[in-house]
Write a protein that binds this ligand. Structure first.
Ligand SMILES: [Cu+2]
Length: 372
């Protein structure tokens, strides 16, 4: 039959496949592993997991040990007489009911306690609050205390408690940071929460963990846990993009200039935001004429129904674009702008038929928007 040679080929390669799998376990990077906890909440969850592992290991060794011992100790020989017949043993029955019940209690009490702890709502002036919103197929992170919003990169200060209040714009998603937090579903019309306190700086991967459409697998994000000073600089940079915008619109509409009363802006913040040079001027023009402005703000503002895309206030400095799908290189940025559907088929951002040159000009323009 036709499948026989194919089957033989697969079988011949199976050892290599198995070796590859085993070697993969030696990799030093565990991108989406909960076994490398870096926050108090994931250490607690890891504790629950290891507690279960040790108990299970103990049970396994005892039960299998007793089994193997009994097999050899009471092995029958062909001319053995029939063994003594017994019926029931109350002591043993009580023991093998009580001991498993006790073991289950040792596992379930810490587990249930940990589950409830993940639902705590931390309070206090020190808590950094973040509103998380799931969109097909990207994540929006707003900081209500600071009035800024960004996408796909959650910046948090190490050592401070972060409280996430989450929902979804369209369908059900699930917010999962394997090394920093638990996993929690997010819903269009219900708030769910999660908290964590990162204990070491790093750039940690996260992922949507609830099937939410064809590009669900490309709905990742990252958490940048950084020093409080770096975090402050990040927030101030985003705030500057909003201040610059207020100043710009005040310039455009002189009658509102006085009302806008924007706080003083440092010239460096403005310089970073204002398009300068022929390249960025051309990009600035393309950004409106090609319709990008329909969906994207260049300020760190929240999503709204009239702007279907993430804001691009600091897109030049994000490490990835398209929700963790592409490293943010110049070539990838231009490629995404020109052919978003070849990266994420079905994405809300349309193929706009841009020329190579236009895509490069737009990418160079967006690169200057670093939120710094
Ligand atoms: Cu999703």
């Amino acid at each position: 039959m036709a499948f026989r040679p194919a089957l033989r080929r697969v079988l011949r390669q199976a050892p290599f496949l198995i070796i590859a799998l085993v070697l993969a376990a030696c990799g030093r990077d565990y991108p989406q592993s909960t076994l490398r906890p870096h926050s108090d909440i994931t250490r607690m969850i890891d504790g629950v997991f290891m507690n279960t592992v040790w108990w299970a290991l103990g049970v396994f060794i005892l039960v299998e040990g007793a089994l193997v011992w009994a097999i050899f100790r009471f092995r029958g020989k062909p001319d053995d007489p029939e063994p003594r017949q017994t019926h029931g043993n109350t002591t043993i029955e009580i023991l093998w009911t009580a001991i498993p019940a006790l073991i289950l209690a040792m596992i379930s009490v810490p587990t249930v306690r940990a589950i409830f702890r993940t639902y705590d709502e931390p309070s206090g002036a020190d808590v950094v609050r973040v509103n998380v919103r799931g969109h097909q197929w990207w994540w929006e992170f707003s900081y209500p205390q600071y009035g800024v919003t960004s996408a796909n990169e959650l910046h948090v200060p190490v050592g401070k408690t972060v409280f996430l209040e989450m929902n979804a714009y369209d369908v059900i998603h699930s917010f999962w940071m394997p090394q920093l937090g638990a996993k929690r579903d997010v819903f269009p019309n219900r708030k769910t929460t999660l908290w964590f306190r990162a204990d070491s700086a790093g750039f940690y991967p996260g992922q949507c963990a609830e099937f939410c459409g064809t590009q669900h697998g490309r709905m990742a994000f990252h958490v940048a846990a950084e020093t409080p000073a770096e975090f402050d600089a990040y927030i101030h940079g985003l705030q500057a993009t909003n201040v610059a915008a207020a100043a710009d619109s005040a310039k455009a509409r002189p009658d509102t200039a006085r009302r806008a009363a924007a706080p003083p802006v440092t010239t460096t913040a403005l310089a970073a935001q204002t398009a300068t040079g022929p390249d960025t001027a051309a990009g600035h023009k393309l950004f409106s004429s090609k319709g990008c402005v329909q969906c994207h703000s260049l300020n760190a503002v929240k999503f709204n129904k009239n702007l279907l895309g993430p804001n691009l206030a600091n897109v030049g400095a994000r490490r990835y674009i398209a929700a963790g799908t592409l490293p943010n290189t110049d070539a990838n940025l231009a490629h995404w702008i020109q052919h978003p559907w070849s990266v994420k088929h079905g994405v809300l951002m349309p193929e706009l038929g841009l020329s190579d040159a236009d895509a490069r000009t737009l990418a160079a323009y967006l690169r200057t928007h670093t939120g710094k």
